[in-house]
Design a protein around this ligand. Structure first.
Ligand code: ADP
Ligand code: GLC
Length: 497
């Protein structure tokens, strides 16, 4: 089975969140499960740097497509190559005027959306549809696997361009329904989209064009990154205005839980941490904690329950609940370390809160991959109080590093963390702490339960051991995706040739 995997981030070359981790790990796991996978990404500077280009570029067929194909100089083209570090086969959509810019993949250096995002990502979708329909004569995918709103127009272009050609199946995976790619209707002609699609059961969303809705309406199947989130997004509360569409397509919606790349997140071999440890050899964790406390300006105290968060500072992540519980956290002898970047207001409120507890609470602003590893390794508790969470990866990293997750029981957090209760402690299934109502009061009471367990070192160690032994294997996820792909493209078979 041949899979074209289309996304916009790839760890470690370009990452703003979990999408990049998935883009690196899932294609490799799909290959282990017997498929042949090629990636398609925009040639953002960070990505292009890590790719060895081979062979001749492919030109995109302009007919009927985004206007920019006829006006942009040099003309957009597809480069073929391999990711240097992994030898993963990849196509890069090369259009320097669109993708090689100072700033992020979606936002400029000031944090504003690029004004031509509709065009930038429509072109990616057009290129994907072309490959899906056989524009690379050497390689034709059976399935196009599209990720998040940036790829939402792929099934639309596939349908518009198919005529009597063989069409691949299209699977659309939602990593976060809150980001939808909504643009004024006036961009339709420039994207080559006919007015006839601009209806309620097409790509129209409250008078505008929605890439996300397009993906949901036209893909053959929709997946999201945890079973619980798949159910939640069909409700009014969590549907971000698209719950009706999702309910309408319910029989094509499923949740497949993300995994962890345990070759990157492994406390017994992680090159980014000062000392190694694992179940049965936990001494290294104490050393890492001590070193991190010192480096971050926290009081060096082995007995302090070190609570951490490694996160985007966005409304989604719920970090704005933390200042209200900080007094109690410090009063119980705990410490707080937050590594995050994003929303200036949330940043400011955390900065203000931690400034009241020098030596006990620290905010580190920024995006720092090596520090993220050191923090997970040192932590006793990883806080993930998200308002909603499609899957969440940091709680999974925490589990492997013996940092017990304390999470709001939603989405992937609820699917992956088992609350410590009398029953789960007795049957050894407990792995962390959950709270149900999204409020500082509930977060605080979960924290108090964490402190109570922390004061019983033998019980804490037993939960920690269990947490570290849990595995969220990418191969399991890859097998579930493969089964879905086979149902949609039964003629493709499983051989990787
Ligand atoms: P999301 O994709 O919604 O941000 P996930 O939990 O799925 O949430 O993935 C977040 C990823 O980004 C994890 O790999 C996490 O370690 C990383 N990350 C988030 N913020 C930072 C940061 N400030 N520094 C380093 N890594 C970060
Ligand atoms: C999104 C979600 C996060 C998920 C990640 C990878 O960024 O917010 O919950 O883990 O995608 O699927």
């Amino acid at each position: 089975m041949k899979i074209l995997y289309v996304c916009t981030e790839l760890y470690p070359l370009l990452k703003t969140g979990g999408l990049a981790d998935v883009g690196a790990a899932l294609p490799a796991a799909l290959q282990s499960a017997g498929s042949e996978v090629r990636l398609l990404l925009p040639a953002f500077a960070g990505i292009a740097k890590g790719v060895r280009v081979e062979g001749l570029p492919l030109l995109l067929s302009p007919e009927g497509g985004p206007e920019i194909l006829r006006t942009l100089q040099p003309a957009p083209r597809l480069l073929r190559g391999q990711v240097e570090a992994t030898s993963q086969e990849v196509y890069l959509l090369d259009a320097p005027a669109l993708y090689q810019r100072e700033g992020g993949p979606y936002l400029d250096a000031q944090g504003r959306e690029w004004t031509d995002n509709a065009m930038r990502f429509a072109l990616l979708c057009w290129a994907a549809a072309g490959l899906g329909l056989g524009e690379d004569r050497q390689w034709r995918p059976d399935v196009v696997h599209a990720h998040d709103w940036h790829t939402g127009l792929i099934p639309v272009y596939l349908q518009l361009r198919a005529q009597d050609r063989v069409t691949p199946a299209c699977v659309f995976t939602i990593h976060n329904l809150a980001y939808q790619g909504v643009f004024p209707a006036s961009v339709l002609p420039a994207l080559g989209l006919p007015e006839s699609l601009f209806t309620m059961d097409g790509i129209e969303f409250y008078g505008q064009l929605s890439f996300m809705k397009a993906g949901l309406q036209f893909a053959d199947a929709i997946t999201t990154v945890s079973p619980r989130y798949a159910r939640e997004i069909m409700t009014h509360e969590q549907g971000c205005g698209l719950d009706g569409v999702l309910r309408f397509r319910a029989e094509h919606v499923s949740g497949i839980l993300n995994g962890v790349d345990y070759s990157v997140w492994d406390p017994s071999a992680d090159p980014l941490i000062d000392a190694h440890f694992d179940v049965g050899t936990m001494g290294g964790k104490r050393l890492v904690k001590q070193a991190l406390q010192r480096a971050m300006g926290l009081e060096v105290r082995a007995d302090a329950m070190l609570c951490v968060a490694v996160t985007r500072l966005s409304e989604q992540k719920g970090l704005h609940l933390v200042p209200a519980v900080l007094d109690a956290l410090v009063a119980q002898g705990g410490q707080l370390l937050v590594l995050g970047s994003g929303d200036a207001e949330i940043e400011e409120s955390i900065r203000e809160a931690v400034s009241r507890f020098p030596g006990q609470a620290v905010l580190r602003v920024g995006y720092d991959e090596p520090l993220a590893h050191r923090i997970m390794a040192a932590a006793d508790v990883v806080l993930v109080p998200s308002r909603f969470e499609p899957c969440g990866l940091t709680q999974l990293y925490g589990l492997r590093y013996g940092a017990l997750p304390l999470v709001h029981a939603v989405g992937g957090l609820a699917d992956t963390v088992t609350d410590c209760t009398a029953e789960t402690l007795a049957d050894h299934s407990a792995s962390g702490f959950t709270f149900h109502e999204f409020s500082a009061t509930d977060l605080d009471s979960a924290l108090q339960r964490a402190f109570a367990l922390y004061r019983r070192p033998a019980d804490w160690a037993s939960v920690q051991q269990h947490a570290m032994q849990l595995r969220f294997d990418w191969l399991v996820a890859a097998q579930a995706y493969t089964a879905l792909f086979q149902r949609l493209a039964p003629q493709a078979g499983t051989a990787s040739a």
